[in-house]
Design a binder for this molecule. Structure first.
Ligand code: FAD
Ligand code: SF4
Length: 516
């Protein structure tokens, strides 16, 4: 038997038969390698939903590879002798198969890239990394855009990409005469709530997925969350169907209610496509094209199509560029010198703060929360409390089904925790409980009052907001976008400052915000 020519490494978030790693693939000479390993579910305390999604999608992709006639070496988590890490498993495979070369599509995680590269190089080969065509832009293009800029802003990069890829453009100008419809996209629901919302797109687990779910329930019994509601798309066909349902049912109102919340409504008008995108069951291009086509055929208003495209063509590409140009140092950044531990109840939702209880409960039930819940409920509380960004990062990476480090870390450490000191966001996203109330949070059913800063009923967000401004007054005074907020804090009397600081201490010590 002749020696294997190419071993194509496929990771759990690279489930695309058309990926660059397969260019030139010859089943007679080449083979694919995939491995399920404990380390990927335990390096952070991954939720059951997240583990089940990755494993179920990987096993379905293995079937697709076999159906496509591509020889596959697949290591299951429950295979006897599974070595527990990608590096150890790959090393053993290299020793057994002795391929002439090892190829993979660019991975989504610095740690994994480093460890696989070390193994391949240790075996006397070079790891050939190919461009991830799934994205519109390359890291090199982002680096060129970023060169010489003191701070990086989504808006400029987004406009460049709109022009370069001719998305929502007409004769070189943005359709509708403006790039941005954010001002139209900040509506909250009235007191009557959202009314009937389209049902979540659900995919009944098949036998293969149920097998994975049983494995997760036994092997990761102590991990956070539950699997009862598991219904994520795990194949490309399902992901395409989910995209179709989103475009038809949710996209028309996506823009208008992009920032809105409502108790008991986890999905609202959000696409729920992030996991399918990040696992590469869908490409960013087809998702953007579908949204643009819906606008051009008059199915959805411009502000919805643009609002959605801004997230995928804009934010998603932008944070990827930040991650790969800033790692590995980015992971350690802590510009506000935040040192508090993440409250233990982030893993259970056992708190008497209704908004946090709801957002965490839904996160544990589905592995999902929409952007405003992540940024302005769980993220905001951690920022105001002063939690070490690395602990906040470990939580977000663990609990969400769409969490892969290239997208999770810049969002968490940069956008939500201001840990990079303003590289990604022009100012810290801080607000009182009134913001949560205004956007539809469950304040009416909460024991706290978002309008109160001090006293027994003061909303912890509101207290901590003022405490945050006081603690970082000097630093924030240097930021023109924070001028108004800094001016307000300067007006507080010494007695008011003392009362805020005392209650903030009580919150930090866990004497306020106790289990419900
Ligand atoms: C603290 C924090 C952590 C986050 N962690 C992740 C993560 O691990 N993985 C992840 O995919 N997104 C993450 N996001 C971004 C965003 O919250 C999710 O992409 C979104 O909530 C997923 O739900 P959806 O598919 O219904 O999104 P929609 O609201 O329907 O948005 C459409 C798509 O746009 C993309 N998108 C939207 N916002 C962002 C963003 N800020 N950055 C990158 N892509 C974006 C996603 O692919 C999403 O599917 C995080 C945001 C915050 C504030
Ligand atoms: S009052 Fe404060 S803690 Fe309670 S739900 Fe509103 S914002 Fe959250």
């Amino acid at each position: 038997m002749s020696r294997l020519r190419t071993l194509v490494v496929v990771l759990g978030d690279q489930l695309d038969l058309e990926a660059a790693a397969f260019d030139g693939f010859d089943p007679a000479q080449d083979a694919v390698w995939m491995a399920e390993v404990d380390e990927e579910s335990t390096h952070v305390w991954s939720s059951k939903q997240r583990i089940a999604l990755f494993l179920a999608a990987m096993r379905h992709f293995a079937q697709a590879l076999q159906a496509a006639g591509r020889p596959l070496h697949y290591r299951r988590l429950d295979d006897p002798g599974n070595l527990g890490s990608l590096a150890a498993e790959l090393q053993a495979t290299l020793a057994k198969l002795a391929p002439q070369r090892v190829v993979m599509t660019a991975p989504g995680d610095w740690r994994v890239w480093q460890s696989l590269q070390a193994v391949v190089e240790g075996g006397g080969l070079a790891l050939e990394i190919r461009e991830d065509r799934h994205f519109f832009s390359t890291v090199r293009e982002f680096a060129a855009h970023a060169k010489g800029r003191k701070s990086l802003r989504l808006e400029y990069f987004y406009r460049e990409l709109r022009q370069r890829h001719d998305v929502l453009m007409h004769e070189g100008q943005p359709i509708g005469g403006q790039w941005n419809f954010d001002a139209d996209n900040r509506e909250a629901f009235g007191p009557e709530g959202p009314g009937p919302v389209p049902p979540r797109a659900t995919f009944e687990p098949d036998a293969l997925t149920r097998e994975v779910m049983a494995l997760v329930e036994t092997r990761f019994a102590q991990h956070p969350g539950t699997l009862a509601s598991f219904a994520w798309p795990v194949t490309r066909a399902q992901a395409l169907h989910a995209l179709h349902l989103f475009i038809e049912q949710r996209l028309p109102l996506f823009g208008r209610f992009e920032d809105a919340m409502w108790p008991g409504e986890p999905w609202l008008y959000h696409s729920q496509l992030s996991a399918a995108l990040n696992l590469k069951l869908l490409t960013a291009r087809e998702v953007v094209q579908a949204a643009e086509a819906a606008y051009r055929t008059g199915k959805v208003p411009l502000e919805s199509a643009e609002g959605f495209i801004r997230q995928v063509l804009g934010w998603r590409e932008f944070v990827r560029g930040i991650y790969w140009t800033q790692m590995p140092g980015y992971l350690e950044r802590n510009a506000l010198d935040a040192r508090q531990d993440l409250p233990a109840w982030y893993w259970t939702g056992h708190t008497d703060m209704a908004c946090l209880r709801d957002a965490i409960a839904q996160t544990l039930a589905h592995g999902y929360a929409h952007h405003i819940q992540r940024l302005m409920v769980t993220g905001l509380f951690a920022l105001l409390l002063g939690v070490r960004p690395q602990q906040v990062h470990a939580w977000y990476l663990a609990v969400y089904v769409d969490a892969v480090e290239w997208v999770e870390l810049p969002n968490t450490l940069g956008m939500s925790q201001y840990g990079d000191g303003g590289l990604l966001a022009s100012k810290p996203y801080v607000a009182t409980g009134r913001y949560i109330q205004r956007m539809g949070g469950p304040c009416a059913g909460c024991r706290y009052d978002p309008a109160q800063r001090t006293g027994d009923r003061a909303c912890p967000y509101t207290t901590l907001y003022w405490d945050f401004l006081m603690r970082h007054e000097e630093l924030l005074a240097r930021n023109a976008r924070m001028a108004l907020q800094v001016k307000n804090v300067a007006r507080l009397s010494p007695a008011e400052r003392e009362a805020v600081a005392q209650r903030a201490d009580a919150i930090r010590q866990g004497r306020v915000g106790k289990p419900a």
